[in-house]
Design a protein around this ligand. Structure first.
Ligand code: FAD
Length: 303
C-alpha cells in the first residue's frame, strides 16, 4: 500500500503543537543563566590552559644542557684527585649526540651570579665530568668546595672554546699546556685518537709543578700505549723527576711540530710560551718561546 501526505496527515511545521515549539526556542535564546554557564566554562578553560602553559614555561629545565639558558644540573659524583683538584660529575642530558670540540660550559654560582668556564674531560649522553682546581680565595672555588652529591649546579653550554676541530686538517698537532690547561687538550686528544679515520699525530708537552700535580696521567699513559704511533707525550715538572725537569724553555719546545700548536694554561705560562692573549680574549700577537722558534699567528692558537 502506498501513502500520500493527505491520506495520513503527517505533521508539518505548521501543524505541530505550537506550544512545544515556543518552549524549545525559549530554552536556547532567552535563558540568560545558561549563557552565563557556557561563557564561564570557556573563560575557565582558557585561564587554566594559559596558566599551565606559563607555569611549565617558567619551570627550570632540570638536568638539560642548553647553550643560551642556565639550567640546574644535579651533581652525581665528587672525588678529590690530588691536593688541590677535584673531579665533579654532573647529570646533564643533551639532545645532541656529538659536540664539536674543544668545548666548555659556563658554571654559575647562583648566590653571587658569578660564572666561570670549565671544560668537561668526558661527556656521555647523560653525564659531564669536570676536573676543577680549587683556589684558596677563588669565587667559584668556594662554591665547588661546598658541593655535595645531590646538590645542583647552574650551567650553560656547550660553547666552542676555539674554532671547531676538523679531522685531518693538520698532519701533526703540537699541544703545550700546564695544570688544568690539559682539559681542552684531553678532549681533542680523545676525539682524534678514537676516530679511525683521523690520522693526525699529536705531540703533547704537559708542564706541572710536581709529579703529584700531573692530571689525567693514567688516562694519558693508557692512550699513549694504545696509540704509540699517533701520540707522543712529554711530562715536564718544575721540581722533581718526570720525562723532563725544570721550567718550560725554548729548547724544550723544539720537539713541537711546525704546522699547528695549541697552548693552554695560566696566563703567565701562556705568555711565556706564546705571548699574552690580547684584549677581550683575542689571540694577541705570537710571542714568547714560540715566536723565537719562528712560529707565526697562523700556526699558533691560545685557548
Ligand atoms: C675556556 C676555559 C676553560 C676552563 N676550563 C677549566 C677546567 O676545566 N678546570 C679548571 O679548574 N679551570 C678551568 N678554567 C679556569 C676557570 O674558568 C676559573 O678561572 C678558575 O676555576 C678560577 O675561578 P675562581 O672563581 O675559583 O677563582 P677567581 O675568583 O677567578 O680567582 C681567585 C684567585 O685564583 C687565581 N687564579 C684563578 N685562575 C687561575 C689560574 N688558571 N691559574 C693560576 N691562578 C689562578 C687568581 O689569580 C686569584 O688570585 C677554564 C678557563 C677557561 C677560560
Amino acid at each position: 500500500m502506498r501513502f500520500n501526505q493527505s491520506q495520513v496527515n503527517l505533521p508539518t511545521p505548521t501543524n505541530q503543537n505550537p506550544n512545544r515549539q515556543v518552549d524549545k526556542d525559549e530554552l536556547w535564546e532567552e535563558d540568560p543563566e545558561y549563557d552565563k554557564v557556557i561563557t564561564g566554562f570557556v573563560i575557565f578553560g582558557v585561564v587554566v590552559c594559559a596558566s599551565l602553559y606559563y607555569y611549565l614555561k617558567s619551570q627550570p629545565k632540570i638536568n638539560t644542557l642548553l647553550p643560551n639558558e642556565f639550567t640546574d644540573n644535579q651533581v652525581t659524583k665528587v672525588q678529590q684527585v690530588n691536593h688541590d683538584t677535584w673531579l665533579y660529575q654532573v647529570y646533564s642530558q643533551s639532545g645532541i649526540e656529538e659536540f664539536d670540540v674543544p668545548f666548555h660550559v659556563v658554571i654559575k654560582d647562583d648566590t653571587c651570579q658569578i660564572g666561570r668556564q670549565y671544560t668537561p674531560i668526558s661527556r656521555t649522553s647523560s653525564h659531564l665530568t669536570f676536573l676543577i682546581k680549587l683556589y684558596k680565595d677563588g669565587s667559584l672555588s668556594r662554591m665547588f668546595r661546598e658541593l655535595k652529591v645531590g646538590d645542583v649546579v647552574s650551567m650553560r653550554g656547550p660553547i666552542l672554546t676555539m674554532p671547531a676541530y676538523v679531522k685531518n686538517s693538520c698532519k701533526e698537532i703540537g699541544m703545550v699546556c700546564a695544570g688544568t690547561g690539559i682539559t681542552p687538550m684531553y678532549q681533542l686528544i680523545k676525539k682524534i685518537l678514537q676516530d679511525p679515520v683521523d690520522q693526525t699525530k699529536i705531540t703533547l708537552f704537559y708542564q706541572n709543578k710536581t709529579v703529584a700535580d700531573i692530571l689525567l696521567k693514567a688516562e694519558l699513559d693508557h692512550l699513549r700505549q694504545t696509540y704509540p704511533d699517533q701520540l707522543k707525550i712529554v711530562y715536564s715538572v718544575d721540581h722533581g723527576y718526570a720525562d723532563r725537569s725544570g721550567y718550560v724553555d725554548l729548547k724544550a719546545l723544539k720537539i713541537l711540530p711546525k704546522e699547528c700548536v695549541l697552548v693552554c694554561g695560566p696566563d703567565g705560562f701562556v705568555g711565556a710560551v706564546a705571548g699574552r692573549m690580547g684584549e677581550n680574549n683575542t689571540q694577541g700577537p705570537v710571542g714568547g718561546f714560540l715566536k723565537e722558534l719562528g712560529y707565526t699567528s697562523t700556526q699558533v692558537y691560545k685557548l
